[in-house]
Ligand binder design. Structure first.
Ligand SMILES: [Zn+2]
Length: 229
């Protein structure tokens, strides 16, 4: 199966918006086989229960799950030295800690599987020429070929101008996407709800059960590219 042409698909509403992006380098290339992966031990302990996995997006590579652990995360402050950079960094560090009981994460200063950038998102125009609502966060992925295997990396952009109390919930939400929950919950009591709410929730049992289910799904990620005949 070959990747289709570059596609932009917006999911989510209001302040949190996620963009699915297929990378050009892999277009037209035969992809690895779709295969289930071993369930990480930390997720095997999560209770199977009510989840929203049926609301998630499908991708040409199957589930967007990580196949090598720990998953490395780099916080990119973009050389910012303002006082609020520390608040931003603390929120992001807390979000990493919140998810790390479910997926093994490690922080690095080198190139990473997941990069979390402190940067503003560009304004965009809608089809009618009006400016789209300001966005405070987004998560994108791209694919690459590492020694003959299909890998992905995620880049989260989290705005420096977001209100402090929204920073943590925003970071938690986007990290949920980066770990594989590629879509949104329909309930405001879940971290992966599509909008920011007045009382940001902790990672819920439904979020956990959904992440677990994602990791039981098949993926082409981590697989070897077929040899050319
Ligand atoms: Zn989202």
């Amino acid at each position: 199966m070959a990747l289709a042409t570059k596609r932009l698909l917006s999911i989510g509403i209001l302040t949190i918006l996620t963009v699915l992006m297929l990378s050009r380098p892999l277009m037209g290339q035969a992809l690895p086989e779709l295969k289930p992966q071993p369930l990480p031990a930390s997720l095997a302990q999560v209770a199977v229960g009510d989840d929203y996995a049926d609301r998630l997006q499908t991708t040409p590579v199957g589930a967007l799950l990580w196949t090598q652990f720990p998953v490395s995360v780099r916080i990119d402050l973009a050389d910012s030295t303002d006082a609020r950079a520390k608040v931003w960094q603390e929120a992001v560090t807390q979000a990493i800690s919140d998810w790390s009981g479910l997926i093994e994460l490690t922080q690095t200063t080198a190139a990473a599987d997941i990069t979390i950038r402190r940067a503003s998102l560009p304004l965009r125009r809608l089809a009618d020429g009006k400016l789209a609502p300001v966005r405070f966060a987004d998560t994108r992925f791209e694919f690459y070929n590492q020694d003959g295997r299909l890998r992905h990396r995620m880049v989260i952009t989290l705005s420096p101008t977001q209100a402090d109390r929204s920073l943590l919930s925003g970071a938690r939400h986007e990290l949920g996407h980066a770990l594989g929950i590629w879509g949104h919950s329909d309930r405001p009591t879940d971290v992966m709800y599509s909008s920011q709410v007045a009382q940001p929730p902790q990672i819920s049992d439904r979020d956990r059960a959904t992440l677990r289910k994602v990791y039981t799904q098949s993926t082409r990620l981590g697989g070897s590219f077929p040899k050319m005949p």
